[in-house]
Every structure is written in C-alpha cells, then in structure tokens.
Design a protein around this ligand. Structure first.
Ligand code: FES
Length: 160
C-alpha cells in the first residue's frame, strides 16, 4: 500500500479513494463501536473500493478499532505533561481497579482502557477522559472513585 498519501489541504481530506473511505469507516465505527468484517464488506460492495485497500486504510489509522469496546472508554493520557505528572501511576490504578491491562475491555463490557497521546488539556495533568468527560489533576485514588461512580450512577451523575 502506498503510505505517501496526498492530503487535500484546501478541502481538508485525503484525495481520491481514501478521502471517501475514511468517513465511511468512521461512520461504520460510530454505528457499531468498532469496524466489523460485515461493514468492510458492505463498504466494498457499495463503493467498489477493493477489500485489500479498505483493510489497508482501516489498519493504518489508530483511530479504527477491530474489537468491541466497553460502554465507557477510559483514555489515560500519556503525553509529556501527563507523563511527568504521574500518568504511569494513573494507568496502573485503572488496570488494578478494573483487573484488565491497557487495551482491553472488562468482561462485563462496561469499561475499555487505553493509553493515548495528549488529550489537549495539559494544564490539568495528569488527565483521563471517560467517553466525553474529562478529569484532571488526578491521583490514583481519585481514579478509583471516578470509575466507581460510573459503575453505580452512569455518565451524567458520575461526571459532576
Ligand atoms: S499531555 Fe496529557 S493532556 Fe496534554
């Protein structure tokens, strides 16, 4: 696969097939939570884009997932500011509390844990996001309390 993709800076998308494909894959992931084999075949059937190209693009970008995720996606920032402020301890606290390694989903499919690069709110380091809610200036103890609130109350109440 050609990794030297042409980016259309005027229209803010990749030129050609890839420009069409990425939004289709994003839409598929939004519908199912991850990219399923069936959706890839559906995209192929409707767009005519070769399967190998669809798989190539989907696996190239880290935004696309191929496994089901939990109801709550916990993203632990490991950007520079968070790294020096204890991101490793925050990740370990999440892993211990959920009993899963980073990159995995709990057996009850409630939580998926992943580490990510900068979440864009470095002044709050260390930072996690749970779905669209941001939590900063955290200690490992805070993380356990926050996760417990999501277990008991759901996202709206837990984020307050
Ligand atoms: S480094 Fe963590 S939010 Fe920027």
């Amino acid at each position: 696969m050609d990794l030297h993709r042409k980016y259309d800076f005027k229209n803010h998308h990749f030129a050609g097939e890839e420009g069409r494909l990425i939004p289709l894959l994003q839409q598929a992931q939004a519908m199912d939570g991850y990219i399923t084999r069936d959706r890839i075949h559906e995209i192929h059937k409707n767009s005519g884009i070769p399967l190998t190209h669809i798989y190539g693009v989907a696996t190239f970008y880290s935004q696309f997932r191929f496994k089901p995720v939990g109801k709550y996606m916990i993203r632990v920032c490991h950007g520079t500011a968070c790294h020096v402020s204890g991101a490793k301890d925050i990740t370990e606290a999440c892993q211990d509390h959920l009993a899963i390694p980073s990159g995995e989903t709990t057996a009850d499919r409630l939580f998926t844990l992943e580490t990510v690069a900068c979440l864009g709110c470095c002044s709050l380091a260390p930072v996690i996001m749970i779905n669209n809610d941001t939590f900063g200036n955290l200690s490992p103890k805070d993380v356990k309390k926050i996760i417990n609130r999501y277990k008991k109350e759901g996202p709206k109440e837990a984020a307050q």
